[in-house]
Design a protein around this ligand. Structure first.
Ligand code: HEM
Length: 532
């Protein structure tokens, strides 16, 4: 606003009409320059030498002012084409308001208010950067499918400093494809099939240790622990022990400061997050080096875990396809992207099943084959198989509906890599673009009666319009952990519903930090269940 005001004032000062009082002879000077041969002019020029000097000075000033005038005019034009809204205070912008709304679980309303006030495209400032908020099916499609020449997926500088500049989310074009295909080699369904039994074992162990013999469980922290352990064991081959505990401790510190204000002073959350990130990186480097030796000595196999898989992918020259830094940063990003999200999904599924007895009953005993029947078909100690998971269709629909109503990832950012137009507005190079999943998930034109929990919406995937159900994002950057998350969620829910019943001990509210967090982490009272 201040800038606009200044430019407006400038314009008045140098504009054609306003200039005349300051330079009453300006038309004359111009005429002189262009028509020196006219009689009047010749006469005038020959009159006095000081007069001529003054005119030359004024002419020089004028020539100097023209480019400034044109620059400011085009700037003003650009500013006028920016989306409506305010950038707020420098650095802080609307970050605190937004974080406050997230914590109060009113972020959807906060965004709706913006839409009512400013329309479908508006500007604001989040996490230290000017930002444009866009929403809806077309906006999602644009965000998820635009290539790096218009927008890039880079995280904010503050997050990049924690997660590293070579992580998949920072990379674009060929680099992104190269790292993503390395990741997908391990994360594709055909590969993950082999790990169903291992995941099953990890989940059973978790229930034995933390659920059986207990009357109360606080779900969210337990699930974070579980999903962290699953990733450590399956993706990094890091089994239970002090090393895993130390990694977990550092990792939790790192996560705590990720979405705080990026002020790097000794007492800030951000500062301790940066320190924890350094420690996590050192630990991962050590792990990678150990695994490299194990592979060389044939004590490990390429398919053993994600790290051995990364180390075994070779380029045309026979060298490792990913640099060591890329391995470290991508292992970190998988740890962050994979463990919090899935733990939130499982937690909110347990909350939902406590609140919706009919859904719980259908999931347990419905037809065709649901969880109870699948459990009955297993002998003691036998692990679930890929085929068992294929039968859990209703459970996954319930999970999808949970993801629609409470997406673990509220939204995300992209960066404009050049000036471009969206919705008739200019989005300048360097600005962030912010998308939010609930804006389509809770749109009653897309999902009628959006506040009603209705898993049948996902009976036939085809009826959900594209780019409207986006808990896993979309396009070339769609979550590569989708299948991994599906498998661990189905196995966890299978064991929980067949071995326990539960009821909530606290109220039903939740806040967002940025992930959804139920009151007190969702304490539940559990009772063991016997299969008949
Ligand atoms: C319920 C569970 C999960 C949800 C809701 C979820 C959600 C998302 C979303 C929305 C994105 C896209 C962000 C964007 O486009 O800006 C994403 C990307 C990503 N996710 Fe997930 N995710 C989940 C589980 C996982 C798991 C289990 C892993 C790994 C083990 C994982 C790894 C990743 C990675 C590496 C990316 C970045 C992909 C890229 O930039 O190409 N996610 N996830």
């Amino acid at each position: 606003m201040y800038l606009r005001y200044m430019i407006g004032t400038w314009q008045l000062g140098v504009g054609h009409v306003a200039l005349e009082p300051f330079f009453p002879r300006l038309p004359f000077i111009l005429n002189c320059h262009s028509f020196q041969s006219t009689k009047v002019c010749k006469l005038s020029l020959s009159q006095t030498k000081p007069h001529k000097a003054m005119m030359t000075t004024l002419f020089t000033i004028f020539l100097f002012l023209i480019p400034i005038y044109l620059l400011l005019k085009s700037r003003k034009k650009s500013l006028e084409r920016l989306p409506p809204g305010s950038l707020g205070l420098p650095l802080i912008g609307q970050s605190l308001d937004f974080l406050r709304a997230m914590r109060a679980n009113t972020a959807e309303d906060w965004l709706e208010q913006r839409i009512r006030k400013y329309g479908p495209v508006s500007k604001l400032s989040l996490f230290g950067k000017p930002t444009v908020f866009i929403h809806g099916q077309a906006a999602n499609k644009f965000i998820f499918t635009s290539d790096g020449s218009t927008i890039s997926a880079q995280q904010t500088e503050s997050i990049r400093r924690i997660l590293g500049e070579r992580s998949i989310s920072e990379l674009s074009a060929e680099d992104h494809k190269r790292v993503r295909s390395a990741l997908m080699l391990f994360m594709k369904p055909e590969s993950l099939k082999q790990y169903v039994a291992k995941m099953d074992e990890e989940i059973k162990k978790h229930l034995e240790m933390h659920w059986h013999g207990k009357q109360q469980v606080t779900v969210l922290p337990r699930m974070k622990n579980l999903t962290f352990n699953i990733i450590c064991s399956l993706l990094f081959g890091l089994e239970r022990g002090t090393r895993r505990d130390e990694l977990l401790e550092c990792f939790q510190k790192m996560m705590q400061g990720m979405w705080s204000l990026p002020i790097n002073l000794p007492f800030t959350r951000y500062n301790s997050s940066l320190k924890a990130s350094k420690r996590v990186q050192t630990m991962l480097k050590d792990l990678i080096r150990e695994k490299r030796v194990q592979l060389e000595e044939k004590r490990a196999s390429p398919q053993q875990d994600l790290i051995t898989c990364f180390l075994s992918i070779r380029n045309d020259e026979g060298r490792e396809e990913l640099t060591e830094l890329e391995m470290v940063h991508n292992v970190m990003v998988v740890l962050v992207a994979g463990h919090d999200t899935s733990s939130v999904l499982i937690t909110f599924l347990l909350r939902l099943l406590a609140n919706e007895p009919a859904v719980y009953a259908a999931l347990l005993q419905g037809t065709p084959k649901q969880q109870e029947e699948i459990a009955r078909s297993k002998s003691a100690g036998e692990f679930l198989t890929w085929e068992d998971l294929a039968k859990m269709k209703y459970t996954w629909r319930v999970a999808q509906e949970t993801l629609r109503m409470t997406p673990p990832v509220f939204g995300g950012f992209r960066n404009a890599t050049k000036d471009f137009e969206f919705g008739g507005f200019l989005i300048p190079k360097g600005w962030q673009i912010f998308w939010a999943a609930p804006m389509t998930h809770m749109d009653d034109n897309i999902f009628p009666e959006p506040s009603k929990f209705d898993p049948s919406r996902f009976d036939k995937q085809a009826i959900v319009p594209p780019y409207c159900f986006v808990p896993f994002g979309g396009g070339p950057r769609i979550c590569p952990g989708y299948e991994f998350a599906r498998i661990e969620t189905l196995i966890a829910i299978h064991h929980m519903v067949t071995q326990f019943t539960w009821k909530l001990c606290a109220d039903n509210h939740f806040s967002r930090d940025l992930m959804p967090v139920p009151t007190q982490g969702l304490p539940i009272e559990i009772t063991p269940r016997i299969l008949l």
